[in-house]
Ligand binder design. Structure first.
Ligand SMILES: NC(=O)c1ccc[n+]([C@@H]2O[C@H](COP(=O)([O-])OP(=O)(O)OC[C@H]3O[C@@H](n4cnc5c(N)ncnc54)[C@H](O)[C@@H]3O)[C@@H](O)[C@H]2O)c1
Ligand SMILES: O=C(O)C[C@H](O)C(=O)O
Length: 311
């Protein structure tokens, strides 16, 4: 099983690291435009193998797409990250051009691959990838909700002071500071709704911290986060490559689900060997639905920023 990761920066490298440690794929190609950069990252990671015991082969290349040929999954992390004080939406002009150039080249060499988009603004970049390639919707998946849900579970565990792996929670909607929707009503501790353990005020605090989770880290780090993003991409890739059929929130093309159409937005998805295999269309209550429709409107608005590239 072969995975290509385009962009060997913070997220791309962290993703390769997580995929190799967990033996998710036996062949990983890391590609970047910076001369020697991906080669260096790959060599450094390969020198972990004797101590950590993995057998995956990680190969770094500078813009040589022939080495990515026949990948089963291609992960796109190339593009600029935001700086403190910026929104993800502000990255659209620069990153739309990067995504266009890498999608065309990667698809030429891996015509059967499932593409996992990571570059921000995520929901627009995944939509853009579909518009550029005309691929069927099952083969373009945006990774955003997996990360937002991981952060939601972290903040719930902190508030509850309970083990994170006993906590379930999902975040739907756009991958933006104001557009994501942590679904507190569906979150559980040991299978019991967290509403039983947390006051309304505590629940609101967890939801607010989750929504600005990426911005908080960007402020602390001076650039956006990478460890949890890398691990979240690895979980998505694992479910696809190993046909695990996990339900993971991803940004995918909705065609009537949740009353929305013609955009990529975070919804619970079953991921398997065909990429997106099913969208779980949950029945939201009125408040959740109102938030979701606002998120849909905001993502549609953000996609208007792609118009100049489409015309
Ligand atoms: N969807 C998410 O949940 C999520 C999470 C974290 C980061 N991101 C996004 O991922 C992107 C990457 O973040 P990062 O922290 O890794 O940034 P980074 O600057 O560390 O790495 C980006 C890499 O992309 C490379 N690159 C640029 N243009 C390229 C091209 N045409 N071909 C190949 N490589 C190219 C750069 O040389 C650089 O090494 C950003 O847009 C960021 O906002 C998304
Ligand atoms: O916050 C960002 O800009 C990067 C990423 O989308 C994240 O949520 O960590």
């Amino acid at each position: 099983m072969k995975v290509t990761i385009i962009g060997a920066g913070n997220v791309g490298a962290s993703c390769a690291d997580a995929i190799s440690y967990r033996q998710i794929a036996n062949e990983i190609v890391l590609l970047d435009i910076k001369e020697g950069f991906a080669e260096g990252k790959a060599m450094d990671m390969m020198q972990c193998a004797t101590h950590t015991g993995f057998n995956s082969v990680i190969k770094g290349v500078t813009n040589d797409y022939s080495q990515t040929a026949n990948s089963d999954v291609v992960v796109v992390t190339s593009g600029i990250p935001r700086k403190p004080g910026m929104t993800r939406e502000e990255l659209i002009d620069v990153n739309a051009k990067v995504v266009q150039s890498v999608m065309e080249q990667a698809l030429d060499h891996s015509p059967e691959a499932v593409f996992v988009l990571v570059t921000n603004p995520l929901d627009s970049m995944a939509y853009w990838a579909l518009k550029l390639t005309g691929l069927p919707k099952n083969r373009i998946i945006g990774m955003g909700g997996a990360l937002d849900s991981a952060r939601f579970r972290y903040f719930l565990a902190q508030k509850l002071q309970k083990p994170i792996n006993d906590i379930e929670g999902m975040v739907i909607g756009g991958h933006g500071d104001t557009t994501m929707i942590p679904l507190i009503r569906f979150a559980t501790y040991g299978g019991i709704p967290v509403e039983k353990f947390l006051s309304k005020e505590e629940q609101d605090e967890v939801v607010a911290a989750t929504m600005v989770g990426g911005a908080t880290l960007t402020k602390l780090l001076g650039t956006s986060a990478w460890y949890a993003p890398g691990a979240s991409v690895a979980a998505v890739v694992d479910s696809i490559l190993n046909d695990r059929k996990r339900i993971i929130t991803c940004s995918v093309l909705v065609e009537g689900e949740y009353g929305a159409n013609d955009l990529f937005i975070g919804v619970p998805c079953v991921l398997g060997k065909n990429g997106l295999e099913e969208i779980i269309d949950l029945k939201l209550n009125n408040i959740e639905n109102e938030k979701f429709q606002k998120s849909v409107a905001a993502v549609h608005e953000m996609n208007q920023g792609l118009r100049k590239f489409l015309d």
